[in-house]
Ligand binder design. Sequence first.
Ligand code: SF4
Ligand code: FES
Length: 244
Amino acid sequence: LRLRIRRSDGARSWEQSFEVPERPGMTVLDALFYVQENLDPTLAFRYSCHWAVCGSCAMLINGVPRLACNTPLAKAGDAPRLAPFPGYDGEVGDDEIVLSPLPSMAVIKDLVVDQTPFFRKYRAVRPVFGPDGDAPTDERRMDRAQVGSLERYTNCILCAACYAACPVVARSPDYLGPAALAKLYRFAIDPREGRGTERLTSADLPSGWGGCQFYTNCRKVCPKGVPPDEGIARARAGLRGRRE
Ligand code: SF4
Ligand code: FES
């Protein structure tokens, strides 16, 4: 199998191909290790857990943001159809896989991008629980329905796949983006949170809830099933309800 990798040293970029002997069950991350250990030790990519938990190995795999550790080579071609965004237009042959760094972030080296803007926006929504009043003597209880509605948003592993796939992020650098807005929504609807309403109104801006144009790329690429577009739609409906 041929891996075509978009490489960069920060100043210049080029494409390089490597032949990798495919083993059953081999993932894209395994193939990258094969290249690094056998063909070119200078190849840079990010990873940690190998298990779709840490969120650090996201990259464009045949033009679609996915986790390298969670994408078997045999399934690299099975990807959702997406609305166009930078990097989503590569011509890919049947006997090859094209790997490139996530768009909408500057490349540091090869497949490693500078995630600073992504995490700056994440911090901007203050992703920390802020309950009202004194701490209870017992735990803060929620019913099943409340847990269910929160859970879909708490599964985010901050891989930035949705951020990279978002056409609005690509053209509007101020837009908070799907992951940060999904996190903000998660805190806005948490019944234990003391500033839920304030959180909802804090992103009532063109760079917040209002920026989304519902391309739905975010939901389609999320490896954890988080639906940022749905949270944004619900937040907008909540704000409309408050105005009426
Ligand atoms: S919402 Fe999904 S795609 Fe976006 S950062 Fe979180 S885990 Fe990754
Ligand atoms: S290495 Fe941790 S998510 Fe892929």
